[in-house]
Write a protein that binds this ligand. Structure first.
Ligand code: SIN
Length: 285
């Protein structure tokens, strides 16, 4: 059966059908890679993947990243170290994965390291009856929709991305509550990057919490970042993934942000995740 790519009406993302991700051919990987660069977020429905097939499929797109800081658990093990867990489930009082049941704010993954992942893939094993949708934002579109004045103002500016907190705002293990912006652990990246494969410019915000534009005073930095976040929330294209069991969603972490809705704490949500290690540092546009 040939692979079919059906773009979502939202203008970001596409459904991919006609492929079994547990046994993809090189030609199919090539088609999927092209679709991923073109559409930024891909959804594959009805997949049956164990950790080996999830990791093996993901490894077609590059070397796999280890778990983000603070994601290890004693009571639940995946079958591959590169497969990490996003879940609210607890075993003997210990969370088996990251992010719990609360809202996760808009972010790109692991931008607090020098070479953030190129791709992330999330595979659903258990889902709540409602809630827990994952939203994706088009950061090319976010950039394109800026005024010319604002685009010019962003030229040459860099932003520090905080390593100390996860996208639900929780302090990761081993960090202090507060730091000066100079001492804050994290990575500094250009505010506008050029995507290494598409060549397009993308606004590269990472997340809002503890972000600092290093060339500006703290007050100017906050004013500019607040302006940019108001802009992206109001103008950038978004698409929301309503999960079914067996969905695999894979996104380009260089030109998207994502967030997650909260869900009922008494329900169970279990996702296995892989990340493809960054192939380059984010480069200024
Ligand atoms: C994430 O923010 O990386 C996870 C999103 C989700 O749980 O749907």
């Amino acid at each position: 059966m040939p692979i079919t790519v059906t773009p979502f009406e939202a203008g970001i993302g596409a459904d991919i059908s006609g492929v079994d991700l547990s046994e993809v051919s090189p030609a199919e990987v090539d088609q999927i890679r092209k679709a991923w660069v073109a559409h930024q977020v891909l959804r594959f429905r009805g997949q049956k993947l164990d950790d080996d097939s999830l990791a093996n499929f993901s490894a077609n797109f590059g070397e796999l990243e280890g778990a983000p800081i603070g994601f290890k658990t004693m009571n639940y093990k995946t079958d591959r170290p590169e497969v990490t867990v996003i879940s609210n489930i607890k075993i003997d009082g210990e969370a088996i994965g990251g992010l719990g049941d609360g809202e996760a704010e808009w972010h790109s993954d692991m931008t607090y390291i020098d070479m953030p992942p190129d791709a992330s893939a999330l595979y659903s094993l258990e889902i709540p009856a409602s809630g827990g949708n994952t939203w994706f934002m088009d950061m090319y579109d976010a950039y394109d929709a800026l005024s010319d004045d604002l685009k010019a103002k962003l030229n040459g500016l860099t932003c520090k991305h905080d390593a100390t907190r996860s996208s639900d705002g929780k302090l990761r293990n081993g960090f202090e509550e507060t730091y000066s912006r100079e001492d804050l652990p994290g990575a500094i990246h250009p505010l506008v990057i050029q995507h290494p494969e598409s060549g397009r410019n993308a606004l590269y915000l990472g997340r809002r919490l503890n972000a600092h534009v290093m060339e500006l005073s703290p007050a100017e930095s906050d004013a500019l970042l607040d302006q940019l976040w108001v802009h992206v929330r109001a103008h950038a294209k978004t698409w929301s993934q309503e999960w079914q069991i067996g969905d695999l969603v894979m996104w380009d972490n260089r030109c998207t942000m994502h967030r997650r809705d909260s869900f009922d704490a008494s329900s169970r949500r279990l996702m296995h995740r892989t990340q493809v290690r960054g192939s380059t540092k984010p480069v200024a546009a």
